[in-house]
Unconditional design. Structure first.
Length: 318
């Protein structure tokens, strides 16, 4: 049967407490879990479901306190949910605006349970691998289409502001140095265009060699930093600030993307493993711009414009 759910479900076995109206913290169990909801069972012969359970029709809002009882986790995670179906001793529920931290923690536990349940099932692994390949290809195409012209667009947009910078320069020498930046950018634009796209897509290409159960590529967007070289440190810091602001600005869509990638790979993807995170794209273009050693006002102007342009493109991509 074809799977029509938006999220992959994983088999789990968590204690939980169900609250709905006059029904207060009735014990139940979570038997499967996904990012969108869960299946609750009430088949404990020692605690049969009370009559109030039959009144929980689809659309009824309930409260579920899930208690994983696993080392290193919180005692419980509270979710508001809506009843999707009621099957006597089982409730299918959909989460309502779940807390991202709780969702991520339970997904991590559910993933472990799911991997254990599927251990030795080679057919499932083949299906997962094919899904991964298809998703990576789609991500690569989206990233290429959204970001491919970024260097050319950035240079085109900045020519007029750079000319204005030259007009306001304190001396003719400084004005000429600023105007020379336009010629330098034009000269390096073709090579920068291809190099940027290659660098921006490299993490996705690295992920294409991933095998189910294997280690995920890491240190995405990582660069070696020499603390002795003051100039290198300042360059690194400037990009780091851009990355931090972009991650904060795109926090919600990044979270959604992150948990979907976790579902895709069946593991916990760290920040350093995200092949389409802001750190990848900002380093891919920010560093080449810095290496040109343009005048400081021009470099700052370019980085500021890059930040605005990148946020616009990432909003589309995510």
């Amino acid at each position: 049967m074809e799977e029509l759910r938006a999220h992959r479900r994983l088999a789990v076995d968590f204690d939980a407490l169900l609250t709905a109206g006059s029904l207060r913290e009735h014990p139940c169990r979570v038997k499967d879990f996904c990012l969108g909801g869960a299946l609750l069972t009430l088949d404990d012969p020692l605690r049969p479901p009370p009559p109030a359970i039959a009144l929980l029709t689809p659309g009824t809002t309930i409260e579920v306190r899930i208690r994983p009882r696993s080392p290193g986790t919180r005692d419980s995670y509270l979710f508001q949910a809506s009843v999707a179906r009621n099957e006597k001793q089982a409730l299918g529920v959909a989460f309502l605006s779940p807390d991202p931290t709780a969702l991520m923690a339970l997904q991590a536990l559910a993933t472990v349970n799911g991997q254990q349940a599927r251990r030795g099932t080679t057919e499932r692994r083949r299906i997962d691998e094919a899904t991964v390949r298809k998703a990576l290809a789609a991500l690569r195409e989206l990233a290429s289409n959204n970001l491919g012209d970024l260097p050319a667009t950035l240079i085109s947009q900045c020519q007029k502001p750079i000319t204005e910078l030259a007009r306001r320069a304190a001396s003719d020498e400084e004005a000429n140095r600023v105007l020379d930046s336009i010629a330098t950018l034009r000269r390096y634009a073709p090579g920068m265009q291809s190099a940027f796209l290659q660098q921006a897509l490299r993490p996705l290409d690295d992920f294409s060699n991933w095998q189910p159960g294997g280690l995920l590529p890491g240190n995405v967007g990582n660069t070696r930093l020499s603390l002795i070289d003051k100039s290198a440190f300042e360059d690194w810091l400037a990009i780091k600030v851009l990355v931090s602001r972009a991650e904060a600005e795109c926090k919600e869509p990044l979270f959604e993307l992150h948990i979907r990638l976790n579902e895709l790979f069946g593991t916990q993807l760290g920040v350093q493993n995200n092949p389409v995170g802001p750190v990848v794209f900002l380093h891919a273009l920010g560093e080449p711009l810095q290496k040109m050693r343009l005048s400081k006002p021009v470099e700052q102007l370019l980085l500021k414009a890059l930040e605005a342009l990148m946020l616009e493109r990432m909003a589309r991509l995510y």
